[in-house]
Design a protein around this ligand. Structure first.
Ligand SMILES: C[S@@+](CC[C@H](N)C(=O)[O-])C[C@H]1O[C@@H](n2cnc3c(N)ncnc32)[C@H](O)[C@@H]1O
Length: 300
């Protein structure tokens, strides 16, 4: 056990006192450096109020690596090619998600897909896919819209976090995560685990085969996901970015939509600063301004 070192007298540096016992000291300057690094790498803005969260998430990395202090840990990140960067980013992302989160969006998408049933192959990009619940829900929605287990849909699911993507690819979730879904949907889209997998469900292969997962940092200068998306789901990730970053990303995303494609944002994400090129349809759904209809979308 490392000695508790939670006081530092006679210096202007203040020590954070996040947990008891305080295993590692995290000085103001170290916290500020962590904030700068995650902003530069992933665009994520961390408020001072996130200090305890940052401490507890990175303290796990220090423990795993046997580092005695944040200073020692941060030294690893001096090397821009350090393998630790991946773990650093994974540790500081917030991955909260669920099946059918903000369910009205999937009703809108279902109608959007139904109206395009005769248009051949359709593409959807889900660019903050986290552990997979959202892109799999897109697959379920496509299956229902087309009334077929093999709809002509390709779902590109990306995220910066390699750890959640690993879970997403497995498609295995606790039974608890589907408890609010109608039993009929659970039976249609999941297999129940038995034996040592009891208490778990796995996405059925027909739905899983519609989704491909890959790592993509939205801050990367190029995105190898292609164009012509009938829908882009970019939900509950913009909240982590400042407005300038949001605008830059939206300017790059919008041209990847089909002329009548839809962009879905999270419930608390207001994209009014992109109004020159994204027209709000209501319920945080947007379409290209040039092709914007006068009336809000309805769900049937
Ligand atoms: C709160 S989750 C949202 C998940 C899902 N979209 C939803 O609404 O349920 C935010 C996700 O954004 C991802 N993320 C954060 N910064 C990113 C970046 N720069 N590029 C790509 N994904 C990022 C995180 O890894 C995390 O999985």
């Amino acid at each position: 056990m490392r000695p508790a070192n939670n006081t530092l007298q006679g210096t202007s540096e203040q020590l954070v006192l996040p947990e008891s016992p305080h295993e590692f000291a995290m000085r103001n300057g170290e916290f500020e450096r962590i904030c700068r690094l995650i902003y530069q790498r992933a665009g994520i803005t961390l408020a001072p109020s996130k200090r305890t969260m940052v401490y507890s998430r990175l303290a796990r990395r220090l423990r795993a690596l046997g580092d005695a202090s944040f200073a020692e840990y941060l030294k690893r990140l001096d090397d821009l090619d350090s393998q630790e960067w991946e773990q650093f980013v994974n540790a500081l992302t917030t991955n909260l998600t669920s099946f059918y989160r903000e369910p009205h969006h999937f009703e809108i998408l279902r109608d959007h897909l139904k109206a395009r049933r005769t248009q051949g192959r359709l593409r959807i990009w889900c660019n903050a896919a986290s552990s997979g619940e959202e892109p799999y829900t897109l697959a379920f929605t496509a299956i229902e819209a087309f009334g077929s287990l093999h709809p002509p849909i390709e779902i590109i699911a990306t995220d910066i976090d390699t750890q959640v993507l690993q879970r997403a690819r497995l498609g295995v979730y606790p039974l608890e995560s589907v408890k609010s879904l109608p039993a009929e949907r659970v039976a249609r889209f999941f297999r129940r685990g038995v034996g040592e997998n009891a208490g778990m469900v796995k996405v059925r292969p027909e739905a899983a085969s519609l989704v491909s997962f890959s790592q993509l940092n939205l801050l990367d200068p190029s995105w190898s996901v292609g164009n012509n998306f009938t829908a882009i789901f970019c939900r509950n990730v913009m909240i982590y970015f400042d407005r300038a970053t949001q605008l830059t990303l939206l300017e790059r995303m919008a041209p990847r939509l089909d002329p009548d494609g839809l962009l879905f944002a999270g419930h608390s994400e207001n994209l009014s600063h992109a109004r020159a090129f994204l027209h709000p349809l209501g319920q945080t759904v947007y379409r290209l301004a040039a092709a914007a209809p006068k009336t809000p979308l309805r769900t049937s």
